[in-house]
Design a protein around this ligand. Structure first.
Ligand SMILES: Cc1cc2nc3c(=O)[nH]c(=O)nc-3n(C[C@H](O)[C@H](O)[C@H](O)COP(=O)(O)OP(=O)(O)OC[C@H]3O[C@@H](n4cnc5c(N)ncnc54)[C@H](O)[C@@H]3O)c2cc1C
Length: 473
């Protein structure tokens, strides 16, 4: 017989254990609590709301539509948006210091720079407002049984506890302990790729109490094989992230070498960050690695499911890792409605629906890894972006730029990719036909109205004599 859930309603599974109280785990706790499950969150770190030092993976993050929609489900969208800074465009910094904006989408479309720690704190506080949710900090999952669902946790004082749950939701990040059990099973596909680049974060302080650069932009210094980006914070600082191959990071070993490197590649950033700060901040932490993880399926029977980075860690170049993780929560929630919370149907359906989308965003993030640091320097790329935007303006339903689909809509990621390939073919063919047409038209006009060859020769002679006189003067 089924037991009534904590909210007095019938549930097939009563205790949902969310492993990981990071961004996706804390949000997921709210989704399950809203449904009336008894939710236990287990987080290895101490409570970041009271901890003295908080070490996250990046200081700020770009929040876009998918993430916002998920926050809306739990009533947090407005609160988080009010503490974010809109970024309407990329601002490209050339070597000479020239700044050129490339809008993200149509007028009024923007992504938001939000503080990671604050977002995590708000989500934990929201989860705690549900009486059927308990947050257990300083609980590190050591092992669990996929047969019984029994989990073993260790605490920092070395003590252990065992907890039984009906459903385990693995939201414990890219190096998931929950996922380890999946690896022991047959027909589980898994791959992980470390990219050759690492990243370092640096702070650009305010100038005379104001932002040192225009705040409503994601600033990019693309330098082909490496790049720096900067996102604004509410305290008027910018967090700059330098992405570079590890071997290049390792070549820089002294403060003077940092300044020399910046003078060569990011000269306009030196006075903004400050030479003294650069010399020291650069060495505060070693460069961090970035990994892309793909796996499938995301579930084991009706007992366990992976979400967020535990299921799909992606490199950060599309600004979609967290957004995709937040969208996981909505997709799972929708499937729960569809299958009346029957986990034996919900979990396989979730894997079936979500795997192709998460794999697509992992691939797109890898693609953007090159686009952001190299393609944005190419004239053809900038021309194509303008063509895409113009066509989108003229035919908003037919041609939608890839970035717009990914960032400003909830088009399924894999469908966005398919549509993008189709659009690329059509637009490139259109441009080719246009070019051929223009060449044919030009030739026809030349044949019909041949130019006066004598006048051209006179002009050429005039130019030649000018050049000669310039050379000899
Ligand atoms: C430099 C950088 C920039 C990024 N920028 C963006 C961006 O602009 N936009 C965007 O959408 N995404 C961005 N991302 C990606 C984003 O950070 C991740 O996708 C997001 O943090 C995933 O959330 P998560 O909760 O799944 O995992 P995590 O944030 O990693 O949280 C996992 C939690 O599980 C806990 N945990 C781990 N192991 C255990 C265990 N054994 N037992 C219990 N708890 C455990 C951890 O302490 C942690 O709190 C960026 C990533 C990086 C590295």
């Amino acid at each position: 017989m089924e037991d009534p859930g904590p909210a007095g309603r019938q549930t097939r599974k009563n205790v949902v254990a969310v492993v990981g109280g990071g961004l996706v785990g804390a949000l997921n706790a709210c989704f399950f609590a809203k449904r009336g499950f008894h939710v236990e969150v287990f987080e290895t770190r101490e409570d970041i709301r009271t901890a003295k030092t908080v070490r996250g993976r990046s200081i700020n993050l770009a929040l876009s539509l998918r993430g916002r929609q998920a926050l809306k489900h739990v009533g947090l969208e407005d609160k988080i948006v009010s503490k974010g800074i809109p970024m309407n465009a990329r601002m490209i910094h050339s070597l000479s210091g020239k700044q050129s904006p490339i809008p993200y989408g149509r007028k009024g479309q923007y992504i938001l720079s939000v503080d990671r720690a604050n977002l995590n704190k708000e989500l934990l506080t929201e989860a705690e407002t549900y009486p059927n949710t308990k947050l257990n900090f300083d609980h590190k999952l050591q092992d669990w049984s996929s047969e019984t669902g029994l989990m073993t946790f260790v605490r920092s004082d070395g003590s252990r506890s065992q907890v039984q749950a009906d459903l385990i939701v693995g939201c414990d990040g890219a190096f998931s302990a929950v996922r380890k059990q999946f690896l022991r099973r047959s027909r589980f596909n898994y791959s992980q790729t470390y990219i050759p680049h690492g990243y370092k974060e640096l702070t650009m302080p305010p100038r005379d109490g104001e932002f040192a650069m225009k705040p409503n932009f994601l600033h990019i210094w693309p330098r082909n094989t490496f790049m720096m980006i900067a996102l604004p914070n509410m305290d008027k600082t910018f967090t700059c992230t330098l992405f570079m191959p590890f071997e290049d990071f390792e070549k820089i070993t002294t403060g003077d070498e940092v300044i020399e490197f910046f003078r060569k590649h990011f000269p306009d950033a030196i006075p903004l960050i400050g030479a003294d700060a650069l010399r020291t901040d650069y060495f505060r932490l070693p460069a961090q690695a970035m990994v892309s993880v793909k796996c499938s399926p995301y579930h084991i029977q009706d007992r366990c499911v992976l979400m967020g980075d535990a299921a799909h860690a992606v490199v950060p170049f599309y600004g979609q890792g967290m957004n995709a993780g937040f969208e996981d929560c909505i997709v799972f929630d929708d499937i729960m409605n569809q299958f009346n919370e029957d986990f034996s149907s919900v979990l396989p359906e979730y894997s079936r629906v979500r795997v192709p989308d998460d794999h697509a965003i992992a691939d797109l993030a890898m693609y953007n890894y090159v686009e952001m640091r190299a393609h944005v320097n190419s004239k053809w790329f900038l021309f194509r972006k303008r063509v895409d935007n113009l066509l989108h303006f003229l035919m908003p339903k037919t041609i939608i730029p890839l970035y717009t689909m990914v960032t400003f809509t909830r088009t399924r990621y894999h469908e966005a990719v398919q549509r993008w390939h189709w659009q690329q073919k059509v637009i490139n063919l259109g441009l080719l036909l246009g070019a051929v047409g223009a060449a044919a038209g030009g030739s026809y006009l030349l044949v019909k109205n041949p130019p006066n060859i004598n006048r051209i020769l006179v002009h050429a002679e005039h130019i030649r004599s000018k050049l000669v006189s310039l050379k000899t003067s």
